[in-house]
Design a protein around this ligand. Structure first.
Ligand SMILES: [Zn+2]
Length: 94
C-alpha cells in the first residue's frame, strides 16, 4: 500500500464514509444517483483550501459539494457556510 490518495472514485468513497452524503457548502444532501455530470446537483470534490491558494489535492483537503455550489464558491478562501452542520477542521486519516 502507498500513501497515494488514489483515484477520484476512491476519494469520493472515503469522503462519503467520513462526512456522509452532504454538500459541505449548502448543507443539503447530495443525490449520488444523478449521473449527468452537467447537472448542478451532481456531486463534486471541493477543495477546502483552493488549489489556487496552495491547497493540496489530498483527501484531507477535500469535501463533497454539489457542482453548482462548488462553482458558485469559485476560488474564494475557506467558506463559512452557516448551515454547514459538520466540522471543517481537517482530520488525520484513521
Ligand atoms: Zn450544495
Amino acid at each position: 500500500m502507498t500513501r497515494n490518495p488514489g483515484t477520484a472514485g476512491r476519494q469520493v468513497a472515503w469522503l462519503r464514509r467520513k462526512y456522509g452524503d452532504w454538500c459541505w457548502l449548502c448543507g443539503k444532501p447530495i443525490d449520488f444517483t444523478i449521473t449527468d455530470i452537467r447537472n448542478p446537483l451532481h456531486y463534486s470534490r471541493d477543495h477546502v483550501i483552493p488549489r489556487a491558494r496552495g491547497g493540496s489535492s489530498s483527501r484531507e483537503n477535500l469535501r463533497l459539494a454539489h457542482r453548482g455550489c462548488n462553482s458558485r464558491r469559485g476560488q474564494q478562501s475557506p467558506v463559512t457556510a452557516p448551515e454547514w452542520p459538520f466540522s471543517t477542521e481537517p482530520e488525520l486519516p484513521c
